[in-house]
Design a protein around this ligand. Structure first.
Ligand code: HEC
Ligand code: HEC
Length: 503
């Protein structure tokens, strides 16, 4: 009986081997690949694959130039400059987070992808597979000791570009090898934004052979004084994996900022201990493209929020990773900027009246029927202090700054992160101000400006509208009522819909 099973097993294995050999031989038909390429890829990567499609000038990073044969992400070793077909498969199927390169696994069959690979390789005359893989040695599992060793190595080898805390905030101007576009070292605290995966093995691969076409060096390079041993590379990997900042991760469906009720005093500033155990919410930022001047190349990806209130006041903590502290008039800051240097800034947008139900104001900056309040903080210049301004707006063209603001704000920059606290009384006696009410869902939106990235005026990032809820202590009826009423309305709607269906 047992022998029979072994025979059966061997038979299956040999069939699988034969089948996989057949598919190996059939892997990639470049003529078929060309057709798919022209339909799906040419808009970005160009009709001849030179990375110069009609969309290319709006994108940073630019689409890859396939005629150069240089690829950024690979698992072949240093002696083999081009990637395995499996490496290319992964990039095409999974896409590249944080860039415009889409993932294709939902749209294209694996056959289509192999055909595409045959075609794009042919554009640079690449043939066959690399001769050898990166040597992964023996993986060191993560431990406090390994992370400590990794941190020391990181400070010595990586922080000059990736910053002391890995947020990519280092003080260097870096360019790519293709057209000399500005490059920013990756923010390593957000592994979900890595282009080519964030498993320990992926990070190990990047450290070993670097990223071709960019200043990110190969730490396997025998000629380099900074060369790392296999064991050391694993320590660095364990350190990098340990600095992940979950608070910055955007969670689908997280649309409400829950302001926490405090019994005592409000926090004094952005670093007050009182913020520590307040729940945080992160939202995506996109370039503002509704009003002129449209903006396609933002550098800040997300904003993280916390809010608290007491009997008298409400306070917001706005946090975002920004690689540069942009202080106009500061020589060092000017050196890092391309062209004009502006202040960094952040803004909160709120409607003047809390809408009934779940209606939100117009997507942009309100309209004549839906006026909004904008609280904008700016980081200051070498000569001027930080500032806060309250504006009334009824659309992009109708923005009026007030002489006096009821809002106070203070920001602090530390190792690649801005933290700004804004505070206002819950109620004011200005009819153009929003009046905050406990238990009500109030629409809220955010914007940021990175002054080093040329952001100024309407050139900035925005979020869509979300909600802020002043969440009373549990058990309070103020909070329960709206949910209760919403439940009854929903129940009634379902009943009506059902009876309509029956008829
Ligand atoms: C909307 C624009 C866009 C489209 C469409 C697009 N790409 Fe890309 N692609 C990019 C960008 C941008 C990059 C470079 C990202 C970077 O350098 O970090 C890129 C990079 C790549 C890379 C390089 C990976 C590496 O390791 O260097 C491959 C391979 C690739 N694309 C294949 C394709 C294929 C095949 C298609 C069509 C099925 C396609 N792309 C469609 C924008 C696009
Ligand atoms: C000379 C500057 C420089 C140094 C030194 C450097 N890097 Fe990088 N690194 C970069 C740049 C630039 C990028 C982004 C490249 C791109 O997106 O085109 C990058 C990207 C990365 C990525 C992202 C990979 C992905 O899939 O998105 C990781 C991980 C990384 N570096 C880790 C390290 C570690 C660990 C060290 C030290 C052992 C290090 N780097 C040293 C400049 C550097």
């Amino acid at each position: 009986m047992r022998r029979f099973w072994i025979l059966k097993y061997l038979l299956i294995v040999s069939i699988l081997l034969i089948v996989s050999n057949i598919s190996e031989a059939a892997k990639g038909d470049k003529e078929a690949g060309k057709k798919i390429y022209e339909r799906r890829c040419a808009w970005c990567h160009g009709w001849n694959g030179a990375g110069d499609g009609p969309a290319a000038d709006f994108l940073n990073p630019r689409p890859r130039d396939f005629t150069s044969g240089i690829y950024k992400y690979k698992t072949s070793n240093l002696d083999n400059p081009f990637p395995y077909e499996d490496d290319l498969y992964k990039m095409i199927a999974e896409g590249m987070p944080g860039t415009s390169m889409p993932f294709w696994k939902d749209v294209l069959s694996s056959n289509d992808i192999w055909n595409l690979i045959a075609y794009i390789k042919s554009l640079a005359g690449l043939e066959g597979e690399p001769a050898a893989k990166i040597n992964y040695g023996k993986q060191v599992s993560s431990s406090a000791d390994s992370i400590k060793k990794g941190k020391e190595l990181f400070i010595d080898r990586c922080s000059e570009c990736h910053g002391d805390e890995g947020k990519g905030d280092a003080m260097k101007k870096l360019k790519d090898d293709w057209v000399g576009n500005r490059l920013w070292p990756r923010n390593l605290t957000k592994p979900w934004m890595f282009r080519a995966g964030s498993d320990p093995k992926d990070i190990y691969s990047r450290i070993s052979t670097g990223i071709s076409g960019t200043p990110m060096p190969a730490f396997d390079d025998p000629a380099s004084k900074k060369k790392l041993t296999e064991e050391d590379k694993w320590h660095v990997v364990n350190y990098v994996t340990s600095i992940k900042n979950e608070a910055r991760r955007i969670k689908d469906g997280d649309t409400v900022i829950k302001a926490k009720r405090l019994t005592g005093d409000m926090p004094k500033d952005a670093n007050d201990e009182k913020w520590k155990d307040v729940e945080s919410t992160a939202y995506p930022l996109v370039g503002q493209i509704i009003a002129k001047e449209r903006f396609f190349t933002p550098s800040v990806e997300e904003i993280t929020l916390k809010a608290v209130y007491n009997d008298k006041e409400i306070a917001f903590l706005l946090e975002w990773d920004d690689r540069t502290k942009s202080i106009p008039g500061d020589a060092k800051a000017q050196e890092l900027a391309d062209g004009e240097l502006n202040e960094d800034a952040v803004a909160i947008q709120l409607p003047v009246t809390i809408p009934e139900g779940m209606e939100k104001p117009y997507f942009g900056m309100g309209d004549s029927g839906h006026p909004v309040n904008v609280w904008q903080w700016k980081s200051g210049t070498a000569k001027a202090e930080q500032s806060i301004k309250v504006m009334d707006a009824t659309g992009f063209k109708n923005i009026k700054a007030r002489d006096k603001a009821d809002v106070t704000a203070k920001g602090e920059y530390n190792k690649g992160t801005w933290k700004v606290m804004m505070k206002r009384p819950l109620k004011t006696d200005n009819k153009d101000d929003i009046q905050f009410e406990e238990g009500k869902f109030t629409p809220i939106a955010f914007a940021t400006w990175d002054g080093t990235n040329g952001e100024k005026g309407s050139k900035h990032t925005i979020t869509t509208w979300y909600w802020i809820l002043l969440k009373p202590p549990t058990g309070s009826m103020v909070f329960i009522w709206p949910i209760f009423v919403a439940g009854i309305v929903l129940g009634a709607e379902i009943l009506i819909a059902r009876s309509a269906q029956k008829k």
